[in-house]
Design a protein around this ligand. Sequence first.
Ligand code: SF4
Length: 121
Amino acid sequence: MSKNSKMILKNCWEINRCERHTSGKKVHELGECIASKEGMGHSCWAIAGTLCGDEVQGSVGKKHTSCSKCEVYNLYHRTAGTHGQLIKEIFPAENTKYRQIILDKIHQISGINNNNSLSTS
Ligand code: SF4
């Protein structure tokens, strides 16, 4: 992949132009989106409480239907997205966080106690 990969693989706030990222024009309304704060601009469907659509979103389960129709999800979902594999390679730190969220969710479902750093509920 070229040196411009990071620019081509835009963050969700660049794709959706929400202005909820650091220094975005709407940060004064509801604060900076957790996807931006946590550097998860290619993984926002996996985090609860994002600010898409100008309101605080609920749990990952509740927002799944709308996220699954979103361009960000369809580009960057690690298995279903057209660029999911590239995100793993180009943004390893973000991918490590994403993997931890998925593992925490699996542990939560299976009843194993774990420390979540990012909430999915
Ligand atoms: S998750 Fe939604 S509201 Fe949050 S930064 Fe991304 S596009 Fe904007």
